[in-house]
Design a protein around this ligand. Structure first.
Ligand code: BTN
Length: 238
């Protein structure tokens, strides 16, 4: 994949979409309208972090398997961080955490064609690399610098990510769904122990078991019943 650096841009995801780029990773020194999930903004101090996007065309994948794409992107970020000595976990569905803090966010925008196949998948990643302090309105942020103590070469981190992503994408192409799911499950933030969550009925204690069909989150209640959640239906109390 070719790497294209831009000084300032509104959003790398929008740029990749508008320019119809494929096999090019676009990273920006500064994003003026960085977008997050759920209509949030993505804030990142200029030239301190990685904000980048690229498009892939997983035409081999049925649209019903969108969550596998999301899993491999998360795994590639975790793989990258581990190369730099940082252990991370995945807060379902695809936030990357170090301890109780968010180090990276992922925004995936899928385009599906009539036959139920992917036509294009836009992947946008914000990874906090060298930022030393964050504005108070960002919940639980952390950077690689804050977690490992040293400064990192931003381009080197991006190159490692591209390598890690290529490997995970190859795994997806080979249909290694079980290996992908097992690895993803093993890395889930707060899996296997009881923690506080909230849903539309209020707060409750539950234990994350893993993910079910289409990536729903499976949480076991204290009365042993299991609830399934779609994205946005449950919040972690951190
Ligand atoms: C989130 O956690 O809410 C997702 C954040 C995704 C941010 C990245 S930064 C590069 C790309 N361009 C954007 O506008 N957003 C994504």
């Amino acid at each position: 994949m070719e790497i294209l650096h831009l000084d300032t841009i509104e959003s790398t995801n929008d740029f990749v979409r508008k320019e119809n780029l494929c096999d090019v990773v676009v990273y920006a020194g500064n994003q003026t309208k960085g977008r997050g999930q759920r209509g949030n903004t993505w804030q990142s101090e200029p030239n301190k972090n990685l904000t980048f996007s690229f498009a892939v065309q997983p035409t081999f994948l049925d649209a019903s398997r969108q969550f596998e794409m999301s899993m491999i992107v998360s795994l590639a970020v975790v793989d990258t961080l581990s190369i730099f000595g940082i252990d991370s976990t995945i807060k379902w569905p695809n936030d990357i955490y170090v301890g109780d803090k968010k180090i990276a966010g992922i925004l995936i925008e899928n385009e599906i064609v009539g036959n139920g196949k992917f036509s294009r998948c836009l992947v946008g990643i914000g990874l906090n690399v060298n930022q030393k302090s964050f504005s108070e309105d960002i919940p639980n942020p952390i950077s690689m610098k804050q977690s490992a103590g040293s400064i990192f070469d931003i381009l080197e981190v991006l190159e490692e990510f591209i390598d890690a992503f290529k490997k995970r994408y190859a795994q997806l192409k080979e249909n290694s769904s079980k290996a992908i799911l097992d690895k993803y499950t093993s890395l889930l933030f707060r899996r296997g122990e009881f923690y506080e969550f909230s849903d539309k009925e209020g707060s409750f204690k539950g234990k994350i078991l893993g993910v079910g069909d289409y990536g729903v989150l499976l949480i076991q209640r204290q009365d042993n019943t299991i609830s399934e959640y779609q994205f946005k239906e449950v919040a972690y109390i951190i």
